[in-house]
Design a protein around this ligand. Sequence first.
Ligand code: ZN
Ligand code: FE
Length: 270
Amino acid sequence: MHPTNKTAAIDVTPLLAFSDNYIWLIRGPGDCAGTVVVDPGEARPVIETLDTHGLRLHAILLTHHHHDHVGGAAELAARYAVPVIGPATEDIAARTRAVTGGDTVLLEEPGLRFTVLDTPGHTRGHIAFHGHGALFCGDTLFSAGCGRLFEGTAGQMHDSLERLAALPGSTKVYCGHEYTVDNLHFARAVEPENTAVRAYLERADILRSSGRPTLPSSLELEIAVNPFLRCGQPAVRESAARRAGRALATTVEVFTVVRQWKDTFKRALT
Ligand code: ZN
Ligand code: FE
């Protein structure tokens, strides 16, 4: 098999950083000790894992400039002499290669190839990496939620999410944070009748109570449960219109109301 075959299987491990960030450690189909990390907010969990398992780091991928995603990049880059590949339009001191939507990231040794997607909204220059049936989407798409609008507009975030949702349904979704349970409580408030949300919440509660990640999710699942990908669904539109106290004509208006609703949502204590 060609070492950079796009569909060749990859092995992805979550490394916990801070309280709820995931650093994704990817092993490609090529050099079996070769790895790449996505969004190393801290260097320590990466160094420990590489040491423990005798793995080699080949590159660092960054989705956006926030400290909880880039904080460990400079230390890792210096220690392992690897490239730091990140969004072209963001100010990231450790970045050595700037990429933008449509670019291809080819990493020969671990045998990995990713396409870069522009996903502005959470930050202005946010990007995602797609390849090998996997999506590394940082703080754009969360399971059952989406990132806050710190720099971009609701319209930009809505478009970014649509772009991600257009990828194959089987695509595995590797997000930057473990927010799934809280997000599902909100999703249930938006769509009380959505049985997929209820079933997923039960599953996610079980996973979290045993300390396991809920991720990766899949795009198929996200399209069934994530209110931010469901703004065209009548149930979400009606719920958002009730919240806003007026009719909402477009899916961007629905998205805007749902995003503002989420910003102040407090889940009921159960
Ligand atoms: Zn962020
Ligand atoms: Fe973050």
